[in-house]
Ligand binder design. Structure first.
Ligand SMILES: [Zn+2]
Ligand SMILES: [Zn+2]
Length: 242
């Protein structure tokens, strides 16, 4: 069995078989998928996903149009409870399409290639990776926690312990869409709780998308309450609030 696994012919065959088992057209350009690793997206579209390298707030990672600013007005006014947020890209184009297919259409196999983007970030000094949780109802409706799968892959690749249920979402909250930053914060107030102590630990909170940062802030609040020495945030994409 071990010899067979190493055979390039066999892996090629498996790849072909997988493509046949999951026949799909690239949701972005409509051509046939030519990749197993990030199917249904084709190689060409997937390679178009870009890391955001423009200017952004040093604290919350909000993209700036100006090269001169260091910290955004929101963070100047009131510092978030997390020390720093990092985001791979902007929530647009293929990245947004992929996140939506993954999250809302249950294409769970995109967790791996999406989490691959997160591994781009340094993880030195991090003691634990904690995913943003879903409520029990949310989990029942979706069937999986998108942030947990991302956090799991990240922790495995970086060899940092994953604290799977480090945070719990103890109540259902209304949709955040259409709410102002203030309303979002109010909507999430005390919606999360830590299930254990994090004394002196440097915790990395993982989520798929960050919009105003209210969720990250509320989660950071609970982690700090549970003793965490520092909370930073890692997400796939930054979205602007609508
Ligand atoms: Zn394509
Ligand atoms: Zn900021």
């Amino acid at each position: 069995m071990r010899e067979m696994r190493g055979s390039p012919c066999l892996s090629g065959l498996i790849a072909k078989l997988l493509l046949q088992l999951f026949p799909s057209k690239c949701p972005s350009c409509g051509s046939s998928s030519d990749s197993v690793s990030h199917a249904p997206f084709c190689k060409s579209c997937w390679s178009g996903v870009r890391k955001y390298t423009g200017p952004s707030c040093a604290v919350c990672a909000t993209p700036f149009s100006s090269e001169d600013a260091v910290i955004c007005a929101g963070c100047m006014k009131k510092r978030p409870l997390f020390s720093m947020a990092m985001s791979f890209g902007i929530y647009e184009g293929i990245l947004a399409e992929a996140i939506n297919l993954y999250k809302f259409h249950g294409i769970k196999r995109l967790a791996g290639p999406l989490a691959e983007f997160l591994t781009d970030f340094a993880s030195a000094g991090i003691d634990a990776v904690v995913p943003v949780p879903l409520s029990i109802t949310g989990l029942r409706n979706r069937g999986f926690n998108q942030s947990l799968l991302l956090a799991k892959t990240f922790s495995g690749k970086k060899d940092i312990p994953l604290v799977m249920n480090g945070l719990m979402k103890c109540r259902e909250t209304g949709a955040q869409i259409g709410l102002s930053a203030k309303e979002r914060a109010k909507n999430l107030k005390d919606a999360f709780s830590a299930s254990r102590r994090f004394d002196g630990m440097r915790v990395l909170l993982v989520d798929d998308v960050m919009t105003t940062g209210s969720t990250a802030n509320e989660c950071a609040k609970q982690l700090l309450k549970a003793g965490a020495g520092d909370v930073s945030v890692l997400t796939l994409a930054r979205a602007s609030a609508l």
